[in-house]
Design a protein around this ligand. Structure first.
Ligand SMILES: Cc1cc2nc3c(=O)[nH]c(=O)nc-3n(C[C@H](O)[C@H](O)[C@H](O)COP(=O)(O)OP(=O)(O)OC[C@H]3O[C@@H](n4cnc5c(N)ncnc54)[C@H](O)[C@@H]3O)c2cc1C
Length: 301
């Protein structure tokens, strides 16, 4: 077995790294602050045949109560950088999307305004093809540099299999760096757009709660008749519905809130209940948007 890199922690609590604040510990955990550190950690994991997972801001993440086997990484240090290069913003995979949107606005660049309200990292946004208010990550991504135990390569958007909240990134593939290609805009106009998006978001969503944002994807099923997952859950009487410490937010039924004592098991049970109610009421099967880390078993899958 090769020497354990100095940054590795064992049995490390992950709860605080997920915005909903549930879940157990990582068997091994490390923050990687440079290409060299990341490479060293991946080589170590590979030598020990350990699975590798990555957390961003944990803003769309449900972590198993029993914890996560193998190495869990979080990007730090130089992976938080956002560098302006003409019409491009070259960002580390750990840079936060609202900071990218703010940097673009300061430089009078347009195209990534939609990121202002998405509380995730650039890496998580690539993985999820994050979108809001008609803007989506796929449309501004020039390339993403992906690293795994097998090596490192740059991929363009056409190689990433983007769909609705979907990319083809596999487990163990880490978005290390990204280039966004933007357009020249009017700085005042870009700032106004950010303000307007913030205002709309404030009106539509509950603030200051522990949540991972959308629980289920908006369905494409014709029986939904264009209704969002949130509206279907609402019509099925889910607002405020509670299991243990987890409840569907009274203001937005597609957001699950940890009221203080929730476990991941509570959330899974609540999701099962909400999904069942929507199926019984209108025949639509909701699919989770939230990503899982470790053994989180949905009873229907
Ligand atoms: C209040 C609130 C509002 C939200 N609004 C929106 C919205 O409007 N639009 C939207 O699209 N989403 C929204 N989200 C969901 C979430 O912010 C996005 O999905 C975001 O892109 C997730 O990024 P993250 O860094 O938090 O990823 P995490 O939640 O940490 O992880 C999500 C997935 O991405 C993977 N991942 C994370 N970092 C990397 C990396 N560097 N390389 C490879 N894979 C990685 C993880 O392994 C996991 O599979 C919202 C969430 C909240 C809490």
């Amino acid at each position: 077995m090769s020497t354990v890199p100095a940054s590795v922690r064992h049995d490390y609590p992950l709860e605080r790294l997920a915005t909903v604040r549930t879940g157990g510990p990582a068997e091994h955990f490390a923050r990687a602050g440079s290409d060299r550190e990341l490479q060293e950690l991946l080589s170590w994991a590979r030598a020990g045949e350990q699975p590798v997972a990555v957390v961003g801001s944990g803003s769309n993440l449900l972590i198993a109560d029993s914890g996560v086997r193998g190495l869990v990484l979080k990007l730090a240090g130089e992976f938080l950088n956002i560098d302006l290069d003409g019409l491009r913003l070259v960002c580390g995979g750990g840079a936060r999307l609202p900071a990218v949107a703010a940097n673009a606005a300061r430089a009078g660049l347009s195209g990534i305004e939609f990121g202002v309200n998405i509380p995730g990292t650039v890496g998580g946004a690539v993985r999820m093809n994050a979108n809001a208010y008609g803007g989506e990550l796929a449309s501004v991504l020039e390339w993403a540099q992906i690293v795994s135990a097998d090596g490192c390569e740059r991929r363009g958007p056409e190689q990433l299999g983007f769909g609705y909240r979907h990319s083809n990134l596999k487990e163990g593939e880490i978005v290390q760096r990204v280039s966004f290609l933007l357009q020249e805009g009017d700085p005042e106009q870009v700032k106004e757009t950010l303000e307007e998006m913030r205002r709309r978001r404030h009106e539509a969503q509950p603030q200051g709660i522990k949540t991972f944002g959308s629980t289920f994807k908006n369905p494409e099923d014709a029986r939904a008749e264009g209704r969002s997952a949130g509206l279907l859950l609402s019509e099925a009487g889910c607002n405020g519905l509670q299991v243990g410490g987890a409840r569907f937010a009274p203001k937005h039924a597609n957001f699950i809130e940890n009221t203080g004592t929730a476990t991941t098991a509570d959330i899974v049970e609540l999701m099962t209940l909400g999904r069942q109610r929507v199926l019984e009421r209108c025949g639509v099967t909701l699919e989770p948007e939230v990503q899982t880390l470790g053994p989180v078993d949905f009873p229907w899958s």
